[in-house]
Design a protein around this ligand. Structure first.
Ligand SMILES: [Zn+2]
Length: 256
């Protein structure tokens, strides 16, 4: 089972890189066959096996000999490892299902937001639908409605922060994608017994995650814009995974 999860992770990771790279540019993801980005030769099936093909071909195209970007290998190994770790940590449970969904959305957002500062709608929509389905099996119909309600509350909460930020800085303070992402956060972390409190902890924790990167971009690269989506969603994955540890902080938000 662990080996299977690793292999599925490697295949999905390869696909997530394609989605995060091609979709923001308006390119076809499903029907277009994979090609070498230099000589555009269509890749054969044995050149498309994640991790394996890259290692066998020593990271070069079989046709033109140009280097294949290392990001393919990194993405495949990282996704495979996270899927494997998720299985070892959660076992075959519904929690593992939610973990795999949010990790998948996270990886796609990492690619598209760091590359193009874009958070795609389609992974958010598909991810939300999958979580709603799994949540139904976890807590039933009323519990699922409650989770959806938490998502809507967090969405409007973040929208309010954006409006305030826009007024204060006289420019766009938060991207639309970050706000839509908050629906997924509220939905995922909004269990009937804890409400939106865990989501608020995730929002605060995301600021701590982003801080070193923000300081580095502002002082080293002199840019005052940074993709926030990857930090928001990583924070959600961390809080969801270690929800027992974070529940000590719930008392901070008892008024909610
Ligand atoms: Zn080539």
């Amino acid at each position: 089972m662990a080996i299977l999860l690793f292999i599925i992770g490697a295949i999905f990771g390869s696909f997530y890189l394609v989605i995060g790279t091609r979709l923001p540019k308006g390119e076809n993801v499903i029907n277009d066959r994979s090609r070498c980005e230099y000589c555009h030769k269509e890749l054969k099936w044995y050149e498309l096996i994640p991790i394996f093909s890259y290692v066998i071909q020593k990271g070069k195209c079989n046709n033109c000999g140009k280097r294949i970007s290392i990001e393919h290998l990194i993405m495949e190994i990282v996704t495979a490892s996270i899927f494997l770790i998720g299985y070892l940590y959660f076992g075959l449970t519904l929690k593992l299902g939610i973990f795999l969904v949010i990790v998948s959305v996270t990886l796609i957002i990492f690619v598209s937001d760091f590359k193009y500062m874009i958070i795609l709608d389609s992974p958010l929509v598909i991810g939300s639908i999958l979580i709603i389905i799994i949540r139904y099996f976890e807590v039933g119909f009323n519990g699922t409605l409650y989770s959806i309600f938490c998502g809507i509350i967090l969405f409007f909460f973040m929208f309010l922060i954006k409006l305030l930020g826009d007024k204060m800085y006289h420019r766009e303070s938060l991207g639309g994608g970050d706000i839509k992402l908050c629906f997924l956060i509220g939905l995922t972390l909004g269990y009937p017994d804890i409400g939106i409190r865990m989501s608020l902890i995730a929002l605060i924790f995301s600021a701590f995650l982003a801080l070193p990167y923000a300081v580095a971009t502002i002082y080293l690269i002199k840019k005052n814009e940074l993709p926030y989506g990857p930090f928001l969603i990583s924070s959600m994955v961390i809080v969801f995974t270690f929800i027992d540890k974070f529940s000590n902080l719930l008392g901070l938000f008892d008024i909610f």
